[in-house]
Structure formats: C-alpha cells, structure tokens
Design a protein around this ligand. Structure first.
Ligand code: BG6
Length: 456
C-alpha cells in the first residue's frame, strides 16, 4: 500500500470539481488499486458533509467507479473563504504526509488564496495544482508564477492542462519519433502546413461568467492548442521527464510568433448567431444569459503562427477553435508538400503529397495517401488508412491527476511556457481590441463563416 496523499480541493462546490475532477478521481482509484487518497473539499457554498458525499458518489457513478467510494468515504467538506488566513490555516490543520492543494477556482481567487498561503506553514512536499487560465496576460502570468515560487519550488507546481494528458497527444511522441516513415519528413522540407483544430458542437453550457471574458482565443488557443503546437513542433527531447520534455516544448514556444508578425492578416474571429444543433435550438450568443454583447467575445477564433526554427520556418501552423459548430472536429492535420515529380502517364495531379491526420477526439490516426489502381489503373486518387486509438476524453484528466498525485510534473505547463503562450497571442488581442479584425457571424450548427477554409 502507498502512503496516503491528502487532496484538498479549493472550490469544491464548483462545476469543475463535480464535472471533471471528481469523476477522474473515481476513475483513477479504479485504475490504481494501490493508491490511497484522503479527499477534502472546501468551497464558498454552505454544503453539509452529506451533500458533498452525495456529489462525490454521483461523480464516481458517472465513470462507473461507484465501488471506489468506500475508499474515500471519510471525505469531508468545509465551507470556507479560502482567501481568509484563518480559514485556510484551519483547512491545513492536522494534515500530515503528502498534500496536494487543488485550486478549482477562478484565477483571481487562486491568486488571492496563494497570497495567504505564502505565509502559512505547509507540509514539506506540498504540491500546488492550478487550473487555467494561468494569469490574464504575460505580466499577470509572471506575477502569479513569482507568487507561487514563494510557496513551493517549480517542480511542485502543477499547472493543469488536460490536453497534455490526452492519449492522442502523447501518441504524437511515438508517431513522430518511432517511425522511419515519419521522423525524417517532420520538417519544412516536407511539410506544407499544420492545422490544429478543435471545433465543438457544445455551446456556452451556462459558463458565461467565465467564457464571456475569455472567448475562444484564450479558452482554447492560448490554454490548450499552443501546448499541442509545442508537442508537434518541438525538437526530440532526450527524455520524457519534467526537464527534457518541458525544455523542448518551451523552446518551440519561444520560437513561435504570429505569422508575418501581422495579427490583422493572420487572425480571424467570429461569434455564433441563433441556430440549431442536432435538433436543439440555440439562441444567439449575445442573447445567452450573462453575456455582455459589448464585450464582442468571439466564440470561434483562428490564428496562424510560424515556428521560427530551421526545422519549421515558412510552414503555417493554423490554430482554430470554436463553439456551437455543426460537428465536433478535433484534430491535428499535417499536410505534406507535393512530391517533386510524378511520372508521365499517371493522371490527376494531387494537391499535396499526402496528409497525416491525428484525431484528438475521438482518438484516431488517418493517413491519406495518393494511390492509383482500380477501374482506371493509372488515375491517382485518394485513399485513407484509418485506425481508432484510445477512447474517452475523461481519461485525459485521469492521466494528469495520476501524475499530479505522484508529484510528477512532466505533463504540467511550466511557468515559462504559460508566459510564452500569453506572449504569442498578445498581438492578436491588441489588434482585436483596436477592432482591426472584423467580428464575423456564423449560425449555430453551421461549420463557421462560409469563407473560412476548413482545411489547409
Ligand atoms: C476546456 C474549455 O478547457 O476544454 C472548454 O474551457 C472546452 O470550453 C474544453 O469545451 C474542451 O476539452 P474537452 O476535453 O472537454 O473536449
């Protein structure tokens, strides 16, 4: 049996805890029978222990891990203002052994709680886990990082990006580095373009309070898709540990700029209007509860980046994500340059030299090849080899949580990477704030504005 780790969740009565964190904890306990966990929740709502236990039980049931409930049955809940010194000290009292403090809180409250935590005595190997967004801009991220470092060292700070726990994202490592077919052609010499796309059919889901201030650019591109770009574009790490893997990712991010340094030409934004998705009628974004139309929050964003290294210079990396779109399309699309020459006699000039498509959800790999044969044996046509890998998206959170509870920060977003991601998108935010990029419309349930290319 392992020593017990105490997981103290701040913001325990919030949506994130019940929707993502607790189901993942149930799944984790199912998967790791040796793991011992003491679970404590604290939040601003006046919940009883009974209500909390019910929440934990239901969350476990949602991942069919009901039978794990007994392993955390003495879980407790405390109503507390976690920005209050005495309240926070009270929560920490009596905790011995490994402690993970999970901030399932909005960034400003997290920062305020950390400012208090700085002056409190914590068990030696305490780990701090934070949810995105990490700060509100580059300087905000720097300030938050400096504050966190006054509490624990960087290797005990876990900035959670559940995308980094996705099996497909981790699979990029194997696909890229373990295949003679792919490893040598992973560069501007052979790759024409890269598209990282996360289109969702989900809309606002009652999250206006957060989303209306974030928008698609921050909610998805800054927080997740740039991390995906880092894994796609990085040089080979010597090891997949917290140093080498994160050094390689950070180096890729440091080399990343908005294409042509021109945020006006290299970004687009749009917002959904009323429409229907899967028979479900959706109001216009601006008519959703809690939305302030004057904020001009985009629900679909696209930016084009360049990774200025000898490996990637000249290859556009397009990052796109939006809500209330017709289909969920989550993928990394690597399009290869056309071959230099095709023998006379083969007909049909392909536009590219093949495409590798890594589906992020559902997880799958597809290889589109130009082939001939069939009724017209010398005509080129497209054939796709496709296979599904892995499954549920929830496992991403579970994977991250497992590493977090082990104190392994390899999959955590390192301080400098969090700052770089803000730096990369800042020119876009500035151009949008100056209204230099029009806010376009698309009907909910459509594929986005008609003239936005959906593949590159
Ligand atoms: C979250 C965003 O971080 O990621 C959500 O805040 C988004 O807006 C979600 O829907 C997408 O990830 P997943 O794994 O739920 O598809």
């Amino acid at each position: 049996m392992q020593n017990a780790t105490t997981l103290l969740i701040l913001g325990a009565s919030g949506d994130l805890t019940s929707r993502l964190l607790l189901p993942a904890i149930g799944q984790l306990l199912e998967r790791e029978p040796e793991r011992r966990l003491m679970l404590h929740g604290a939040g601003s709502d006046a919940w009883t222990d009974r209500r909390w236990k019910q929440t934990v039980r239901e969350a476990f049931a949602s991942t069919e891990s009901d039978d794990q409930f007994d392993r955390v049955a003495d879980t407790t809940y405390t109503k507390a203002d976690v920005t209050d010194r005495d309240a926070l000290a009270g929560l920490l009292k009596g905790i011995t052994g490994s402690l993970v403090i999970y901030f399932a809180l909005p960034p400003a409250v997290t920062a305020a709680a950390c400012a208090v935590l700085r002056d409190l005595k914590l068990p030696d190997d305490t780990v701090l886990a934070l949810e995105k967004p990490f700060g509100g801009d580059e300087q905000g991220a720097r300030d938050l990082n400096a504050l966190l470092l006054q509490i624990v060292p960087e290797n005990r700070i876990f900035r959670v990006d559940h995308f980094l726990g996705r099996s497909t994202l981790l699979n990029i490592l194997g696909v890229r580095f373990a295949n003679r077919l792919i490893e040598p052609v992973w560069s501007a010499d052979h790759v024409q373009s890269v598209l990282i796309r996360y289109d969702e059919s989900l809309a606002l889901e009652g999250r206006a309070r957060y989303y209306d201030k974030a928008g698609a650019l921050i909610d998805m591109i800054q927080s997740h898709l740039l991390q995906v770009l880092a894994v796609v574009a990085m040089e080979e790490p010597v090891d997949l540990d917290e140093i080498d893997l994160r050094d390689a990712k950070s180096a890729a991010l440091r080399a990343t700029r908005i294409w042509d340094d021109n945020a006006v030409r290299s970004s687009r934004r749009a917002r959904y209007t009323a429409g229907t998705i899967d028979g479900r009628k959706l109001p216009s974004y601006v008519d959703e509860d809690g939305v302030d139309p004057d904020r001009e929050t985009e629900t679909l964003a696209e930016i084009v980046c360049e990774v200025r290294t000898s490996r990637w210079a000249g290859v556009p990396f397009t990052l796109r994500s939006g809500k209330a779109l017709r289909d969920k399309t989550a993928e990394i699309v690597v399009t290869f340059r056309p071959v230099r020459h095709i023998p006379d006699g083969l007909t049909g000039q392909p536009a590219d030299g093949g495409v590798l498509r890594l589906g992020l959800s559902p997880d799958r790999i597809e290889l589109e090849l130009n082939i001939n044969g069939g009724d017209d044996p010398f005509a080129l046509r497209r054939q796709t080899l496709s296979t599904r890998i892995g499954k549920s998206t929830l496992q991403a959170y579970t994977e991250v949580l497992s590493q977090l509870l082990d104190g392994d920060v390899a999959l955590s977003v390192r301080a400098d990477a969090a700052e770089e991601c803000w730096r990369i998108i800042q020119p876009v935010r500035d151009a949008w704030a100056r209204r230099e990029v029009p806010l376009e419309d698309y009907a909910a349930g459509s594929r986005g504005p008609a003239d936005w290319a959906t593949s590159h």
